[in-house]
Design a protein around this ligand. Structure first.
Ligand code: CTP
Ligand code: CA
Length: 225
């Protein structure tokens, strides 16, 4: 759908978008993290605001300017992201989980900086699972009719993995993109297929992250009305 001035089809709606990537601390100076820049989530927040929505953007470790007219909630870890998403989702019409959530976190947080010891080999880092926020909010919707969207970056069997993941998470839409060394992370552009729980498949050609964002809101708006 080509857009000049945005259609105000999200007026009166509250949407929640998560963006960026969580960081799971090992000690006061180190963390396990990922390469998500937050650009796709910010594009989703900007386009939703342009379409008239009230937008809560839950930003995990991003360094991007706050979009105008958007409520930005900064978070660090997956556990903090979960708290913020559950809180904001309570009265939301739609939730889009564009953030890259660390699947695991270090089992132990060292209050003091971890030091290397003489010539000894390092200890392995023990990990525990983080909560699956998307599965949780999809499994018990805060509101009937709330539309929930996930994102998945896949490297192989992209569509088959996407279908299986959509089912497993229980969300309404899953934006699947293929990633490789040079694709998607930190880039200004994206290419994806949006899978629907209703069996729909919407390809989004390579283009700006705003175009993908607008396609997501088209699909969300259709499910809200
Ligand atoms: N997600 C989440 N909580 C997690 C992990 C992922 O809410 N602990 C969300 C992401 O924000 C994204 C979607 O789930 O919208 C898919 O993330 P992905 O990492 O692809 O899913 P996983 O179930 O973790 O699968 P994988 O083993 O492929 O990493
Ligand atoms: Ca994961």
């Amino acid at each position: 759908l080509a857009r000049g001035a945005a259609e105000p089809d999200l007026v009166g709606r509250h949407v929640v978008v998560s963006a960026g990537g969580t960081r799971e601390p090992l000690d006061p100076v180190r963390f396990l993290g990922n390469r998500s820049s937050g650009k796709q989530g910010y594009a989703l927040a900007r386009t939703a605001a342009a379409r008239g929505a009230r937008v809560t953007l839950i930003a995990a470790n991003t360094s991007l300017p706050d979009p105008a007219g958007v409520d930005v909630v900064p978070v660090g870890t997956a556990v903090q992201l979960r708290e913020a998403v559950l809180g904001a989702a309570a009265d939301a019409d739609a939730v889009v989980m564009a953030a890259a959530v660390a699947d695991f976190r270090p089992a132990v947080y060292a209050a003091g900086k971890i030091k290397k010891k003489d010539d000894r080999d390092p200890e392995p880092v023990a990990l525990v699972r983080n909560p699956d926020i998307l599965a949780e909010i999809s499994g018990s919707r805060a509101r009937p009719g709330q539309v929930i969207v996930g994102f998945a970056a896949e490297t192989d069997e992209v569509l088959a993995n996407g279908r299986a993941k959509l089912k497993r998470k229980g969300c309404d839409l899953l934006v699947v993109n293929e990633v490789g060394e040079r694709r998607t992370f930190g880039s200004e552009e994206n290419e994806a297929v949006v899978l629907g729980a209703d069996g729909s498949e919407t390809p989004v050609p390579h283009g700006p992250k705003e175009a993908l964002a607008d396609t997501v809101w088209d699909l969300v708006a259709a499910r809200l009305s």
